[in-house]
Write a protein that binds this ligand. Structure first.
Ligand SMILES: C[S@@+](CC[C@H](N)C(=O)[O-])C[C@H]1O[C@@H](n2cnc3c(N)ncnc32)[C@H](O)[C@@H]1O
Length: 305
């Protein structure tokens, strides 16, 4: 576990698959490692340690406070680390700014970091009251802006599509009704509205917190997460060097479906091979130590020509 109490998900599996060692894999001299979601620097630090003296790491994140923590954590690697506050959807622009033409390793560990979930002022969690924000960065509309401005049908659509929530219509109706009495600005308020909208008899109520799916849906919408992932997946095939490897860790079926499709399309071109046919998931020990890995799925490809 690192200083921030955050365990990088599927770390051994990522290191094994991406093998960012200097000369460990024939033809691949991991010179350029790109961590698209550098977060708290857990994966990045381990990859740098394995890669040896010549490798450089480009770390990308939308979250300025995570980048500051990572900067401190990776300070001993000096100029081998370059951090960028950017959306990974703009990977090509970041690489151009870093003056790098292709990557030997690309990693994206999607979703939120523990620092984001655990900080009530970020508004990601239904467990603690805070402003309804949910942005990874500081630009664009907050979750409060969405719930207070979207119509019932649009809200229901977001909650259904991104949260796979079967009570999406009831929840959207309750949100809009509550919004008419006054703006919804706090996570606690939204949590109560959602919990009150779900029928008591629903089995869902007992398995996960009733607000889980709605919060997930709003977070995905606020950050345009699927759109960013699609843009990253479009770029990966053209930005890898021959022998280079890319891995994506996703946390829900909507993301995993996009990754699976994009990697299959890359293989179709004949320039890539899948490194694992089925997604790699956390074993019992990892899930026990790190509950976040419960829904993690890791897929990886290698550029072969
Ligand atoms: C699960 S954490 C990564 C943790 C990291 N692998 C580690 O070991 O510390 C995901 C990070 O991705 C960032 N993020 C999410 N979407 C992003 C995007 N589209 N562009 C850049 N960063 C993003 C979040 O701000 C968060 O810090």
């Amino acid at each position: 576990m690192d200083d921030a109490g955050h365990l990088p998900v599927l770390l051994d599996e990522v290191l094994e698959l991406l093998a960012p060692k200097g000369k460990s894999r024939k033809g691949c001299y991991a010179q350029v490692i790109i961590d698209c979601t550098v977060g708290l620097g857990g994966h990045a630090e381990a990859m740098l340690e394995l890669a040896g003296g010549n490798a450089t790491l480009i770390g990308i994140d939308l979250d300025e406070s995570n980048l500051l923590k990572t900067k401190e954590r990776l300070v001993r690697f000096g100029r081998r680390v370059r951090l960028f506050q950017a959306n990974f959807a703009d990977l090509e622009d970041v690489m151009a700014e870093a003056d790098v033409a292709s990557a030997d390793v690309i990693l994206a560990d999607l979703g939120m970091s523990s620092t984001q979930v655990d900080d009530p002022s970020r508004g990601f969690s239904f467990q603690a009251d805070g402003p309804l924000d949910m942005r990874f960065g500081s630009e664009g509309p907050t979750a409060a802006e969405l719930v207070n401005t979207l119509g019932e049908a649009e809200l229901a659509d977001i909650i259904y599509r991104y949260g796979e929530e079967r009570h999406s219509r009831r929840i959207a109706r309750a949100i809009v009704r509550a919004g008419k009495r006054g703006r919804i600005e706090r996570t606690g308020e939204l949590t109560r509205i959602v919990a009150g909208a779900i029928p008591r008899k629903s089995g869902v109520r007992h398995k996960i917190h009733p607000a889980t799916r709605t919060f997930q849906a709003l977070r995905i919408a606020v950050n345009g997460e699927l759109n960013s992932l699609e843009r990253l997946l479009e770029k990966i095939p053209v930005l890898m060097s021959v022998g280079g490897r890319a891995a994506i860790i996703s946390f829900h079926s909507l993301e995993d479906r996009l990754v699976k499709r994009a990697f299959a399309a890359a293989v179709e071109t004949g320039a890539y091979r899948l490194l694992n046919r089925k997604p790699i998931t956390g074993g019992a020990v990892e899930i026990y130590r790190n509950p976040r890995s419960r829904s993690a799925k890791l897929r990886a490809v290698e550029r072969i020509r």
